[in-house]
Design a protein around this ligand. Sequence first.
Ligand SMILES: NC(=O)c1ccc[n+]([C@@H]2O[C@H](COP(=O)([O-])OP(=O)(O)OC[C@H]3O[C@@H](n4cnc5c(N)ncnc54)[C@H](OP(=O)(O)O)[C@@H]3O)[C@@H](O)[C@H]2O)c1
Length: 397
Amino acid sequence: MRSDLRIDHAARLRGRISPLHKHFARSEPILLYTERFTTMQKKYPIGILGATGMVGQRFIQLLEHHPWFEVTWLAASDRSSGKPYGEAAKWRLDTPLPERIARMTVSPADPDGAPKIIFAALDAGIAREMEPRFAEAGCAVVSNSSAYRMAPSVPLVIPEINAEHLHLIEEQPTRKTTGGYMVTNPNCSTIGLVMALKPIEERFGIEQILVTTMQAISGAGYPGVPSMDILGNVIPYIGSEEEKMEAETLKLLGRLEGHAVTPLKARISAHCNRVAVEDGHTESVSIKLARPATHDEILAAWAEFKPLAGQALPTAPEQPVEWAPQSDRPQPRLDRNRGRGMGVTVGRLRPCNVLDWKFTVLSHNTIRGAAGAAILNAELLASLGKLEPAAETASRA
Ligand SMILES: NC(=O)c1ccc[n+]([C@@H]2O[C@H](COP(=O)([O-])OP(=O)(O)OC[C@H]3O[C@@H](n4cnc5c(N)ncnc54)[C@H](OP(=O)(O)O)[C@@H]3O)[C@@H](O)[C@H]2O)c1
């Protein structure tokens, strides 16, 4: 990480937090925060664009009791705006819809009246038009959509992997005028792959990657794939998914050089399949290394990969890449909630007869692969002072 991006949480947050630990002990089962984290006296107000969808609902679930962020604004399409959230959204998650949120009125998707920090969970076509409008209005837009992930001045970030790419924010024209900007997290199938590859890549180099996914139906949003198409079936096609996975992986593992990211110079081929699993993307991976590595050296690279250790980001898992030693793991139903849904599980590491090594990786697609990824990005931005009021930032530029 570049030295000016090192995080001094204590300095950044001093005076803004108070030890209200006990409040968090009442969290619902998979919610992310425990008494380990301190609550800011004045939390950042947060808006959610696309609040009624699969990812929007995860944002609401994960942000309930968040020590730094508080949901104050919800927006969705014209179908939902003006209605109480509890009526507009068909709540699909297995923790109760918080009453405060159920009573909130869904706003039109317009920056007027929206808070300055926006978590966006919109389809790419809508996001392409809408996210820049919020950035122009001075918002920090932390997006899940693919619309701008590959734009040269938009950071595509996983905090454990490439936090330094956040420097790209300063290249965005709106940063200099209104202070607003866009930051993205990767596709839900990319994130598990990259988390497993990074510890290996930084020690041994990676030249070739073959990946075959088995992706959960929740990855297609709600109502998603019709039950008649997916029950008892596998669909060997997810539109644009393979291209996204290939391009995003190389950008994430690339280097920030000057004002742009140079993608990792590796060959990658992805096969993406939809399977009848509710949550959790499983991937079979083969890799060719630049330098030889033993089985134990790869296990050590995964075990020792803790780039956010000590930085106290509330959503960061303690063990980002966790090894499952059993010969039939990881499995989505058994392993997707490791690290409160933010951990990535690897297993079945063995020699590959075509490339060098092969293994299986699993990640929760709507937590680590979507809402949790964006929340962790926002926590990193907060730690770096990049969520301060946008007008302040613009007047300094
Ligand atoms: N599901 C995943 O695992 C996953 C993972 C990573 C990334 N993503 C990405 O995250 C984004 C959201 O995915 P999702 O699965 O949550 O989709 P979804 O369930 O279909 O939800 C879409 C959301 O967008 C809103 N919306 C639709 N048209 C709109 C408009 N014209 N203006 C404002 N809001 C509008 C919908 O509101 P209404 O309810 O009012 O229609 C709904 O809140 C997509 O870009 C997706 O690719 C999803």
